[in-house]
Design a protein around this ligand. Structure first.
Ligand code: FA5
Length: 358
């Protein structure tokens, strides 16, 4: 059957929208009229933003198509879907047309800019400057290469360490005066920022059987700051455990390393010293030229592994002997590159760093 239900719609007449009461046929013809007007209107747009504004006029929340849809509830149940379907078809068609026109406008803009900004492929390239490894990385790599050629493995340890691995297992009990020499940063839970890479000796020996040879590069921390001391710095630990190892092996190996790193080195000196975890112990000093004459600088500590340390890790000190050393990477880099202030390494000034490129 069907009857014509009236509906208030926006009618466009001479480009002006007016509210009018309509029947279903009138409404469908209004929708068709909106579609035709909208299509022409969209095609006449001159820019993307203009096109968008025009689309909103028909499809936006306050657009003419939406206005019809808002009042569709007043129609009979039979007529409602007819209007809804028609409005959806038109709305999809206008959306598709809008997208097509946007794409076309974009293509035109790109084509115009390509025609205008032609690249001159005959011009020489500008090139990017090469980056460079940090000087501390360069030294670490060089020391690693030297020792891995001698059959050493590389081992890594934690920077936050228990008191046991940083001190106690290295024969430094809580009241030992050697703790004074390594002023320490403590965590709230009693752990420490390790003061030396020697902690790796213990970790490694606990989990490996002798014979062994390792080096261990890493960051260490101490409350220490002046031109040649930093609160965070880098060390490279060395440990060799085997049968009948002598101090002469240790001296020969480190002297070779110095010759490798500093072909023009004047002299290396082994100065008697003390570390609780080596006996006997020595400091390794290097002599180098300065504008004010020659100077000695300590680059590390070394010695024969103390039998008390072997006992802590369950090695038989009657059967096994060994040597260990700990080198300061910053000190070696300062000597090698003539740097007088240790803080230069951490400022990351590109003018400084770019000198190490290549
Ligand atoms: C030690 O740390 C021992 N663990 C070394 C060692 C290992 C001895 C194995 C025996 C066997 P020492 O505190 O001297 O030793 O430090 C070693 C090197 O680290 C120093 O020679 C120096 O080159 C460097 N160093 C020490 N403190 C600083 C600092 N605050 N800033 C920069 N470099 C430092």
């Amino acid at each position: 059957m069907g009857f014509e239900s009236p509906l208030q719609v926006l009618r466009i007449s001479n480009g002006v929208m007016k509210l009018a009461t309509e029947t279903i046929d009138g409404i469908l013809s209004s929708i068709a009229e909106i579609a035709k007007t909208a299509e022409d209107d969209l095609r006449a747009a001159e820019s993307e933003s203009d096109l968008y504004d025009r689309k909103v006029k028909y499809l936006g929340k306050k657009g003419s198509l939406k206005a019809i849809m808002r009042n569709v509830g007043q129609l009979s149940a039979e007529d409602r879907p007819k209007v809804g379907q028609e409005a959806n078809v038109i709305s999809r068609r206008l959306e598709a047309l809008y997208q097509e026109l946007v794409d076309e406008m974009k293509r035109k803009v790109t084509a115009a800019s390509l025609a205008h900004d032609q690249a001159d492929i005959t011009l020489p390239g500008t090139g990017l400057p090469n980056g460079s490894a940090h000087p501390l990385t360069l030294i670490t790599r060089e020391v690693e290469a030297f020792f891995t050629r001698l059959g050493f493995d590389i081992a890594i340890g934690p920077e936050i360490e228990t008191d046991y691995y940083n001190f106690e297992a290295l024969n430094i009990p809580p009241d030992h005066p050697a703790r004074e020499m390594q002023d320490t940063f403590y965590m709230e839970d009693g752990r420490v920022l390790r003061t030396q890479t020697s902690d790796v000796q213990i970790h490694y020996m606990e989990s490996h059987k002798p014979p062994l040879r390792i080096i261990s590069p890493g960051r260490v921390y101490r409350c220490d700051a002046d031109q040649t001391h930093s609160p965070m710095f880098h060390q490279i630990e060395g440990l060799l455990v085997d049968k009948r190892v002598t101090f002469t092996d240790l001296k020969g190996t480190l002297a070779e390393l110095v010759k490798h790193l500093f072909p023009q080195a004047k002299q290396t000196r082994f100065r008697p010293s003390f570390f609780p975890f080596t006996e006997p112990s020595a400091e390794v000093d290097m002599e180098f030229e300065t504008p004010k004459g020659t100077r000695w600088l300590e680059i590390g500590g070394c010695g024969m592994v103390d039998p008390a340390v072997f006992e802590k890790v369950g090695y038989d000190p009657e059967e096994w002997t060994g040597w260990a050393f700990g080198l300061g990477v910053e000190r070696i880099a300062m000597l090698k590159y003539g740097i007088t202030d240790i803080r230069t390494f951490y400022e990351n000034d590109v003018r400084f760093l770019s000198q190490f490129a290549g």
